[in-house]
Ligand binder design. Sequence first.
Ligand code: 2NL
Length: 353
Amino acid sequence: MTTDNLLGNLKELQAKALDDLNGSSSSEAVEQWRVTYLGRRGELTQVLRGLANLAPEERRIVGAAANTVKSLLEESLAAAEEAIKTAALQALADQGRIDVTLPGRPIPLGRLHPTTQILREICSAFVSMGFQVVEGPEVEWDHYNFEMLNIPKDHPARDMWDTLWIDHVDEQGERPMLLRTHTSPMQIRIMAHARPPVRVLGPGKCHRSEATDATHESQFYQVEGLAVDEGITFADLKGTLFEFARLLFGADRKVRFRVDYFPFVEPGAEMAIDCFACKGEGGSCRVCKGTGWIEIMGAGMVNPKVLEGVGYDSSKYTGFAFGMGSERIAMLKYGIEDVRLFYSNDLRFLAQF
Ligand code: 2NL
């Protein structure tokens, strides 16, 4: 066959194909058309295969023409498919079934509650320093919540926590069950079952019988931590908590420790960071109320009486412990001014995190 004949055949093929496509008005017909002309055994493919038998000069000319036809057919196919889709939508619209001009409905995305986010952030800071996360019951025994923490019955220190008691009286006429006021009882449970070294972190919900205001909720989350081993000193406490403050509030944070009292530690301390809002300047700063410092948690060396209570030899082992209110940490970090926002389920608040 001469080059002219081949080019003539291509032209004919192109005309026939386009004519055929014009007559294909369903997606099935268009698909059949694609198989006939562009498929692996299609007519154009046969022509392209035949190129191999031609002389190089012929192959160049016929090949170029065949490729042009191929592109044209592919473009026409895409246009035909699009036209069929549009026609189908238009048909639905004509029947009044859908308005294709309406914008799509937005799909609202869920998100993690700010408390969950801050708990995860606090936990991962301590996990990176080798602490293990443990969780325990919200309904606790007086034994674990108070007695084992060196807060005996009728001790004035119990007034530090306004406790919600479970309405259950035992044989001795006492109420032994309560809603935990802190997550320390879980750490007592761990110590009672494991030997040092112990490095645990206890996040969880706590309860107090308290009037609610901008800084107090009757339900709140706390994260407590505990490290017990041979040779643990106050320097370990300071180093660990300093690193935590830097991880959560920025690498340029300074920390301040002042004496405080908790029955389960001796000595006890309150830790503050320099105000990240005013950089410790104070003045009229709202975040630190002009002091330049923000108190973020209580801490101390575990009271030897607590260690002896779980069967640890307090002449061999020492430890440090700390506790912080998670909502307070989130309020400082995100600039939230009222703790009641956390649990009032207002999406205008929650959607900001
Ligand atoms: C605070 C103070 C603190 C602890 C919690 C603790 C736990 C065990 C033994 C000794 Cl098992 N101490 N926890 C120690 C010091 C302070 O929390 O005001 N938290 C919001």
